[in-house]
Design a protein around this ligand. Structure first.
Ligand code: ZN
Length: 201
């Protein structure tokens, strides 16, 4: 069956999204085609605003609303600037916030070291992190990268980079599902891993 180009383009665009195969992409496309005008319109508006309406926080690299000088957490006087939790992705910040057990601030690496996928230190915000620590005022750095090979390697690399700096470096306790993402860990497990964090030596 030869599909009209706009339909094929939509299917191709959906197919590039994580977790969406060709069948789901086709189903979504035909759903939108047959749905009331405003359903597709709202989606188009949301897609446009997603990029245009957000920026990276220049301090922690979490995502925030465009026009803000810094994100809500970096700007909050109620959050302890002396304790910084280092995570891979903005979604991990959400996971940590859901535990309700963390009152410090964050640093989002924007990924993890992965030689196989060609991700090196310069692709992440590691230099920005070490500069932030060297600037002073941070007592503890909690390395909350994922419990995976990449996450562990990233944590060790950061620890090495900071070996000459006066700061306590801790790692989340074991017990999180190995190889899994922080964002999929349940709140209780993540909170327990946070409370049981241990100094890296
Ligand atoms: Zn921030």
């Amino acid at each position: 069956m030869i599909l009209p180009i706009p339909i094929q383009k939509m299917i191709d665009a959906f197919s590039r999204l994580p977790g969406i195969g060709p069948k789901t992409a086709s189903r979504l496309t035909f759903f939108l085609l047959n749905a009331p005008e405003e359903v597709a319109g709202d989606l188009a508006d949301a897609l446009h605003e997603l990029k245009a309406g957000t920026v990276d926080c220049p301090i922690c690299y979490n995502v925030t609303s465009a026009g803000r000088a810094e994100c809500e957490i970096c700007a909050s006087p109620e959050r302890d600037p002396g304790v910084v939790c280092v995570v891979e992705e903005p979604l991990d910040v959400l996971a940590m916030e859901r535990t309700g057990g963390f009152q410090g601030r964050y640093h989002v690496l924007r990924g993890a070291l992965s030689p196989i996928e060609g991700v090196g230190p310069e692709d992440l915000t590691i230099r920005e992190l070490t500069q932030r620590v060297k600037a002073g005022g941070i007592r503890e750095l909690i390395l909350a990268t994922n419990p995976s090979m990449e996450g562990d390697a990233t944590a060790m690399y950061i620890q090495q980079q900071l070996s000459n700096v006066e700061v306590k470096v801790t790692r989340l306790a074991r017990g999180l599902p190995i190889g899994g993402d922080l964002e999929y860990a349940d709140q209780t497990t993540l909170l327990r891993a946070l409370m049981g964090r241990q100094e890296m030596v």
